[in-house]
Design a protein. Structure first.
Length: 387
């Protein structure tokens, strides 16, 4: 128990001891009266006096400032627990299109990477075969080009027919097609036609953060059709907040509705976003639907996997009971206030607090009614009573 709770507990014990002493004094007085008036002892024995341990008599009560329980019209809000996730539209998988073995890994999970930065180096037999095919196509095209030049020369001297020249031109055109196709295959696999080594430098296609990694040094790389992504990179400058909303509350959520997001990691900060999607499917086990809130994350405070609390603001509003936040004090995992019931008397009353509807104003769900007056600074009141 922290010192604050111990001080509150001592105050409660002091009040209880005072009440017990009062009860004992009352019992002693009743016993003397019974001895002096035997004929009334039977009637007086039926009287039962109950002490009120929550009632505090405070001398000079004017020392403590008070505040009335008031009402405030606030927007209707729907709260829900949510999880931060990357924007799927800004998430890119990174794969090698050719099989091979990893030579070096230059980026890891959670790293911030830039477009064109090398992530992993792979030695690929597929790239080696593609480079060989490209070199053969280049050699065949060079031979076809020389044969075409010879055919033109011979035609000018009348040594061959026109159809022989056309045949040579056809061979040259097909050779050029083979060169282009082999070149495209080398580039598709991530190779450089100017380099004869079959090494693929797999680079990042975007600026972002690596949110998934399924590759290590010396690991074998398979075809992307039968293997997970080597990396997944997400641009986290804009994120999604995914909330589970119960079916009974779905009518209060609307597309484009404003939402206030607070993070468990940074409770003092608040972020604002809008509902971008309300799922048309309901989870049969939890009876909830996913509500997606989209918001900017330029500062990078929101990370995928973080828990958050979303409050959806509705155009409708209603009156709520409110008190200054300082009027509440926590004791034994409950919230209490001190209600004035007389010039110098206060009653310790348990209340159920809601959200903070405005800076310094706490919503009160139950325990008090409008018009009652409470101590404005409950902690100061408790500390003064202990002295």
């Amino acid at each position: 128990m922290n010192p604050h709770h111990r001080r509150q507990s001592r105050l409660v014990d002091r009040v209880r001891r005072a009440c017990v002493a009062g009860c004992l004094a009352s019992v002693g007085a009743c016993s003397r009266d019974a001895a002096a008036h035997p004929e009334q002892s039977v009637l007086q024995a039926k009287v039962e006096e109950i002490s009120d341990t929550s009632l505090l008599m405070v001398p000079r009560a004017e020392r403590f400032a008070v505040a009335p329980v008031d009402t405030l019209r606030v927007p209707d809000r729907l709260s829900g627990t949510c999880v931060i996730g990357p924007d799927v539209n800004r998430t890119v998988p990174v794969n090698a299109l050719g099989a091979g073995r990893v030579v070096d890994v230059r980026a890891s999970l959670g790293d911030r990477v830039h477009k064109g930065q090398t992530l992993v180096t792979i030695s690929s037999p597929d790239l080696s075969s593609a480079l060989a095919d490209h070199l053969k196509a280049v050699a065949d095209e060079a031979l076809a080009h020389r044969q075409l030049d010879r055919a033109r020369l011979l035609l000018d001297h009348g040594s061959i027919a026109q159809k022989d020249l056309e045949s040579a031109e056809d061979v040259e055109q097909k050779a050029q097609v083979d060169v282009r196709a082999s070149l495209d295959r080398v580039r598709m696999l991530g190779g450089d036609p100017a380099q004869t080594t079959p090494v693929i430098d797999l680079t990042s296609p975007i600026d972002g953060t690596i949110v998934e990694q399924n590759v290590t040094r010396s690991a074998g790389v398979k075809s992307p059709d039968s293997a997970p992504n080597l990396f997944t990179i997400a641009d986290l400058s804009r994120v999604w907040v995914l909330c589970d909303v119960y079916e009974n509350d779905l009518a209060r959520a609307h597309m484009g509705q404003s939402a206030r997001i607070t993070l468990n990691a940074y409770p003092e900060r608040a972020f604002t976003g809008q509902i971008g999607n309300i799922s048309q499917m309901l989870d049969p086990s939890t009876r909830t639907a996913k509500v997606r809130i989209e918001l900017e994350n330029r500062d990078g405070f929101m990370r995928p996997g973080m828990f958050a609390v979303a409050e959806l603001e509705s155009p409708a509003s209603e009156e709520r009971l409110v008190l200054p936040t300082t009027a509440l004090v926590q004791l034994h995992d409950a919230d209490w206030v001190f209600v004035r019931v007389g010039p110098n008397a206060f009653r310790r009353t348990q209340v159920r607090a809601g959200r903070e509807v405005a800076p310094g104003l706490q919503e009160i769900l139950s325990g008090v009614v409008r018009g009652q007056v409470v101590v404005r600074n409950a902690l100061q009141f408790v500390q003064t009573m202990e002295q």
